[in-house]
Design a protein around this ligand. Structure first.
Ligand SMILES: *Cc1c(COP(=O)(O)O)cnc(C)c1O
Length: 371
């Protein structure tokens, strides 16, 4: 049996006709950059995330960069974030000349330990940037309390968490600015790169709309120095076809996660294979289902690969130990939980179209490895 980590064909085939006709519509209009399609998607995403504004951009990485720039992050400032995330989270901070200040992760959720954030705040702290890792929101009530007391804005890196909720509030809508990615492996994936910013603050919305077009206020008049980060009409058209299915897909992922939990428990593996911990009051959208495979993680990965099961390691090197961040002066041992997660975790297939038969095969293959 073959169980890929992600099967984009399975999602594409039933939507083929509507996706091709959406692309055809853009071709017929010959309007490729921003424009009506992007505007319509922005309205739909704002409604979906329950925010007043949404601003399309070229990628999730750019969304994080633009959000921090809109907040005014720059040299001499610090941004508090997690060392266990995709590279873009920390890269955005350093590209603006600011310093990432890492806080170790929670061993259950893999999100930043919110309760340790107050100790990391200094007079140089310009923003808090939680990452809702694997599709589970960080504990925003704790972060909002810290941020509120010190008047620090929060940028949510919600690249993996569109539609996730904490206490009934949508990811991206709880901080000052939220960032989404439409990279094809995200729960809402485009036909290429794409990203979106959401906010309830109209000043940020206005600034973000300028920053994504080189800081242009009107044609060839630049109020600030921005970047070229526009969303393509083709991406917007594709995403508009897919958005109405997003909740259905995320529900299917949640159901698959519950099935894995049950299958691992039935196989007596719940302890051996650390299962994802979901905080109460959270709607986890399971962009990834990540198990803690312990010291033999890499051997398990090989075992699965040779039996047709795709897996991935998110992420093998924590951000504070990346070569390019050596100048920050962090060392091995600084964030033991993030480092242990990098050594022990493994993402297994969780996509919406996965069948119970495939899941049973995955769990059985893992059981044989440990037996
Ligand atoms: C995917 C991702 C990004 C970047 O998104 P791109 O669209 O790939 O640039 C940023 N942060 C996190 C946590 C991500 O998972």
């Amino acid at each position: 049996m073959k169980v890929p980590l992600l099967d984009l064909q399975a999602q594409f085939v039933p939507l083929r006709a509507s996706l091709l006709s959406a692309i055809e519509r853009v071709m017929d209009a010959q309007h490729f950059i921003l424009g009506d399609e992007v505007h319509a998607l922005e309205k739909e995403i704002a409604k979906y995330s329950r925010t007043r504004h949404a601003i399309g951009c070229a990628s999730g990485s750019d969304a994080v960069l633009l959000a921090l720039q809109s907040i005014g992050i720059g040299p001499g400032q610090e941004v508090i974030t997690t060392p266990y995330s995709f590279f873009a989270t920390a890269a955005a901070i350093t590209r603006l000349g600011a310093r990432p200040v890492f806080v170790d992760t929670d061993p259950g959720t893999y999100n930043m330990k919110e309760t340790e954030v107050p100790d990391a705040v200094t007079e140089r702290t310009g923003a808090l940037m939680p990452v809702h890792l694997f599709g589970q929101p960080a504990d925003m009530s704790v972060l909002k309390q810290v941020a509120g007391q010190a008047s620090i804005p929060i940028v949510e890196d919600a690249a993996q968490a569109i539609g996730a909720e904490d206490q009934g509030q949508r990811a991206g809508s709880m901080g000052t600015i939220g960032c989404f990615s439409f990279y094809p492996s995200k729960n809402l994936g485009g036909a290429g790169d794409g990203g979106m910013l959401v906010t309830n603050d109209s000043e940020h919305a206005e600034r973000l709309r300028m920053l994504r077009v080189h800081g242009e206020e009107r044609k060839y008049h630049h109020r600030m120095i921005g970047i070229n980060s526009r969303l393509d009409a083709i991406q917007a058209a594709v995403l508009r076809v897919k958005l109405p299915y997003l909740d259905e897909w995320s529900e299917a992922r949640r159901k698959n996660a519950a099935q894995y939990d049950q299958l691992f428990a039935d196989a007596g593996l719940a302890e051996k294979v650390g299962l994802p911990f979901v905080r109460s009051g959270v709607r986890h959208i399971f962009n990834q289902y990540v198990i803690r495979a312990g010291k033999r993680r890499d051997a398990l990965r090989d075992h699965l690969k040779h039996r047709g099961v795709g897996t991935e390691i998110y992420y093998p090197v924590p951000l504070h130990l990346q070569e390019c961040f050596a100048y920050l002066g962090y060392r091995e041992g600084d964030f033991p939980e993030a480092e242990r997660a990098a050594r022990e975790t493994l993402a297994i297939p969780i996509y919406a179209e996965l069948t119970l038969e495939q899941q049973t095969y995955v769990v059985d293959t893992i059981r044989k490895f440990y037996a």
